[in-house]
Design a protein around this ligand. Structure first.
Ligand SMILES: Nc1ncnc2c1ncn2[C@@H]1O[C@H](COP(=O)(O)OP(=O)(O)OP(=O)(O)O)[C@@H](O)[C@H]1O
Ligand SMILES: [Mg+2]
Length: 253
């Protein structure tokens, strides 16, 4: 395995705060390990900010494997508007087109009609809001959409298709067939209500008890077992991050 098969998520929060030491917390992103990522937290907790830097690092880490990326920005967040002209960037209801594209790829690989195996990643900002709005408009079509998400979560790993999802609270309702349990990385950022921890980290309540987190800080559960406190760093070179994302999302060079 090359060194590039790891994705840095952030730094150990306590070492950063107590001693100013930057100890990376990272996850294996090679196909043998589950690198489905769920980012959660209240509005303003830093989900999109973290997602943005994860995308840029993932792109760099998977350069050799010819990683492919699709970005669904349901809310039309200002921080992603520079990606507007990229062919793999989708906003609002077009988010569902991004899902359809990636899901079709999953099925084609599964059936053998697509023999590629490069990593394909769908990053979906505000998935839960998208799902809830869709449910209120068209319950049946929403169920089809959610079953696609669920299939990617359940089958994606063996077919090199990955999902990175950010939402405030990932209710089970939007993840049929228990698929919410399939994330290898679950992160809760910022000040969170107890019910989010109970929902996502039920076996680690003792460890989070009494802890307080600012924006860009929080808890990350790795492979359902290892709990770490995390600090998401400030981006040093925003322009470089943007250029990396533009290029990988099929934008004008
Ligand atoms: N780790 C961080 N370091 C420095 N600034 C940060 C960090 N995380 C977030 N911020 C700042 O806080 C703002 C809000 O963060 P962000 O948009 O990521 O929140 P969010 O959780 O996605 O909120 P929402 O649910 O409303 O979309 C960002 O625009 C950014 O300027
Ligand atoms: Mg956001």
């Amino acid at each position: 395995m090359t060194m590039n098969s790891r994705l840095m998520l952030g730094y150990d929060l306590d070492k950063w705060n107590l001693w100013g030491v930057k100890e990376p917390i990272s996850v294996d992103i090679s196909p043998k390990t589950n690198s489905l990522i769920s980012l959660n937290g209240m509005s303003g907790s830093g989900k999109s900010y973290m997602e943005h830097q994860l995308l840029a690092r993932l792109i760099l880490a998977e350069q050799r494997q010819k990683g492919e990326y699709y970005f669904a920005d349901y809310k039309g967040d200002n921080s992603f508007s520079y990606l507007q002209s990229c062919s793999h960037f989708f906003t609002y209801k077009d988010s569902f087109t991004a899902l359809d594209t990636v899901h079709a790829r999953l099925l084609a690989r599964q059936s053998g009609s697509d023999t590629t195996n490069n990593p394909v990643t769908l990053i979906w900002d505000e998935y839960m809001a998208a799902a809830l709005n869709f449910i209120s408009e068209d319950k049946k079509a929403a169920a089809v959409m959610m079953s696609k998400v669920s299939e990617i979560l359940l089958l994606g790993r063996s077919l090199s298709v990955r999902l990175i999802v950010a939402c405030q609270r990932p209710d089970a309702l939007a993840f049929p067939a228990g698929s919410r349990l399939n994330y290898g990385v679950v992160c809760v950022l910022g000040a969170a209500v107890r019910s989010i921890y109970e929902m996502l980290l039920p076996d680690h309540m003792e460890q989070v008890k009494g802890r307080k987190f600012e924006r860009g800080e929080g808890v990350v559960l790795l492979q359902g077992s290892e709990l770490r406190f995390i600090k998401v760093p400030m981006v040093r070179d925003e322009e470089r991050m943007r250029q990396i994302c533009i290029k990988a999302l099929g934008g004008p060079i």
